[in-house]
Design a binder for this molecule. Sequence first.
Ligand SMILES: [Zn+2]
Length: 260
Amino acid sequence: MTPRASTVARPMRFAAVALLLLAMAGCATAPSVAPQRSALAHWTPSPNFNARKAQLIVLHHTSIGDPAAALRVLSTRNSEGPVSAHYLVEADGRIDQLVDDNARAWHAGASRWAGMTDINSSSIGIEIDNDGNSPFTQPQIQALVNLLADLTARLGIPREAVVGHGDIAPGRKNDPSVQFPWATLARYGFGLWPDPTLLPAPPNFDSLAAMRLVGYDVGSPRNAIIAFHRHYRAMETDALDATDAAILYSLQRKLMAPRQ
Ligand SMILES: [Zn+2]
């Protein structure tokens, strides 16, 4: 019995060793980070990026209103220097991906959010094809919502961590414009949004401190208020009122509530 058992076992041992060697060879040659690309988008790579990991999603409008021209700007060296974004969402709902999700695209510029300053290193940038004045199209917003669902699930980015370029660069950037439907995004569960029924803020409520808690750089209160108004009230005025305080009180309660 013993010799027979040994002749059966030997080929199995050789097979196990061969499999182990194959696995080791695989480890030695496998890339350390797998490419992260959305199945929803056409891969049209831009060379303008560095490597990094995302925690935030930043939305832009292109100001161009011509997807071919926008793709050119996002993939080439321009007179004002090279720029890029991970995605471009066109008016008809087509999504182009220009930079791998694990790489650092060049879309935010000098920005600040929740104490972070190198936003390019910590964010996904999504350009939305729009001239800066017109309404965003329904297929475009639906495509954006699908992309946000894909990105937050795949990359583990919190669903509320979706902001505008204007939010992170107050006084310098104003995109996406007041036309952008933040409330629609909130209905799909993206971005930080107040409760539908607002409670009045308590006496002595500090709206600027609440804005800082939300993430805004309040170094220039006027610029921060304009950015906050663009995002939450579709207007660009610079004086805080009772409605702002109620919105900020709601946002503050959401941010300070224990996570489910
Ligand atoms: Zn922008």
